[in-house]
Design a protein around this ligand. Sequence first.
Ligand code: VNL
Length: 390
Amino acid sequence: MQKRIFLTGTALAALSLVAPAVMAQADVFKIGLILPMTGQQATTGRQIEAAAKLYMAQNGDMIAGKKVQLIVKDDTSIPDVTKRMAQELVVNEKVNVLAGMGITPSALATAAIATQSKTPLVVMAAATSSITQASPYVVRTSFTLPQASVSLADWAPKNGIKKVVTLVSDYGPGIDAEKYFKERLTFNGGQVTESLRVPLRNPDFAPFLQKVRDLKPDALFVFVPSGAGTAVMKQFLERGMDKAGIKLIGTGDVTDDDLLNDMGDGALGVVTSHHYSAAHPSAMNKKFVEAFKKANNNLRPNFMAVGGYDGMRVIYEALKATKGQGGGDALLAAMKGQIFESPRGPMFIDAQTRDVVQNIYLRKVERKDGQLYNVEFDVIKDVKDPGKAK
Ligand code: VNL
């Protein structure tokens, strides 16, 4: 008798301890945000985390009756680590959405987990065209390299740039940039005379740049991931490439807003094509840049930040549309087709491809109010990823 009462008591005590936790779990909406917070791609992680937190501070964390919880994990941009973290977040934390993905190999390593667990994977940074095809659960809010490269290859030959050498980081996005820039430039009557590839990890640009100097093209087209632009710019100038009459052009990754202001006057006049500039002259962007700087010790947001900010928007609106009751498939359906104004300008998530359709801007580095900015001077509207047509 005694023993029985004791057991019942213990069971009850255990239950009362467990019950609130279980209930709390049901009332929480978890976003597993996997980013490179340390290592070579740390600026990307820092920008996206700051933007996601800003979005939450501005829009609250109680949405459709759920408490939104952001769980940030540092994958150090090692794809095996990204994958293990995604697995843990899905299995142990039971996250409702996976997000982040600083580089392409991380996104590709995580795609199968999204598919198997039917968890939407919101790619906020990685930009190789094929990522959206790696899983039907991928939704992208960053950009694609073909999107940015093709627009520059249309601009270049009309502006006296016919012979170009390309220099790209030797992995997914670099290979996309090289291929789509070359194809379009050739179509437009220009010529890529040499294609150079540098390793992603700890690249030394010097020997490649020496080669470019000897080849004397009209311009050097560069893709390096966010964070590596300063090294390229420095070595380009040190070798006197600009004085030798070689122009530097590229996708906007090379004049990344995170670094641009510290590159010095040597960066003036560099023309790039991209989807976001901190100098984008819209009311919404001015507010975004101001709020971001205020919350982050005057740090200027770059294109990574905007990918994170808009990714949170896509997640929040999907949570609202499903009234907090949706599983992975319902959330995914509510992410497809979203159309809205971003700090970058208008954008939408193509329901068929789950990829971002957006304006691509041509920009030139100029000094404005004493600071270096990518100043937009032309726009190609509503650009779909050219990589999807193939
Ligand atoms: C990627 C593409 C990464 C563009 C980047 O910076 C970038 C990628 C970290 O797909 O790995 O600027």
